[in-house]
Ligand binder design. Sequence first.
Ligand code: NCD
Ligand code: ZN
Length: 331
Amino acid sequence: MNKITLKSPVDMHLHLRQGDMLNNIAHLSAKYFANAVIMPNTVPAIADLDALDIYKQDIIKSFKFDNMTPMMSLFFRNYSEAELIKAKDKIFGIKLYPQGATTNSDSGVDNLDEAETTFKIMEELQIPLLVHGEQADDFVLDREKNFLPVYEHLAKKYPKLKISMEHITTAKALELLDRYENLLATVTLQHLSITLDDVAGGLFNPHLFCKPIAKRPEDRDALLNAALSAHPKLMFGSDSAPHPRSSKECCGCAAGVFSAPIALAYLVDIFDKNNSLQNLQAFISDNAVKNYGFKLLNKEITLEKKDFIIPNQYSDVVPFMAGNTINWSYV
Ligand code: NCD
Ligand code: ZN
């Protein structure tokens, strides 16, 4: 096949930031994606409906030529039933960050037991819980693995609550995904294609540094095989997380990989190289709609088999695999 048209691609996990960064990069998602779940770890975090309404308007204003449906999320805190009843129609879900686990998560949750009432209300109202699943202070390679019992506890205790294990990075997380009906998962482009060796095995590459950090080859391979075979509970979430070049190429490098404008081309390249193009539509859109039942914006993105050199920079942000050539380009 030399051409492929993807129908209404969805990014199930996207950071759009605020201010100049928002205005410089959000249109790059709108160009290629129909819908996207917008992360709330702004400064300050999006933790009430007034802030959410303003942020949504800012996002829509920042699109230049194309439209995209932002599916908003609230930053997890203890919400009252009245607050959540009001929020239900305005949000896709609520994103839980363990305190200190990643960028702008200082106001995250430090004691999950205190969050139980909110989980219960979310379950009743059918508001999905999106989780950054890492045990914040554990050894970096074990943070996701050590969080899996928390997912298991929540999945059992709230069987009607949809829980999305965000940006999974391990084979163990995939095993858990298959054990509980109410668990779903997203996976990023970088975790399907790189390992810790690409980040830090040779000279350190700050543009591949993100949370959770890329893991072992067998983890990457398990995730890739699940995506290639259109695992019905696994969905694409780019976790595209732009930071200015100066915050990446420095001591104290910020965590986050920026992939929004190149992700679809790169995914087509990977699926093609693994003879699995027929399963990309499910991974990039259909699974998400089946799992959550939301309305898609109509959009078609066509790609052709033609070399594409990934740009060195978009505005002041360096994308995933900058300067590398892949074999598929946007038409
Ligand atoms: C994200 C960011 O920069 O906001 N960083 C990252 O490394 N993935 C936050 C997150 O999703 O963890
Ligand atoms: Zn993220």
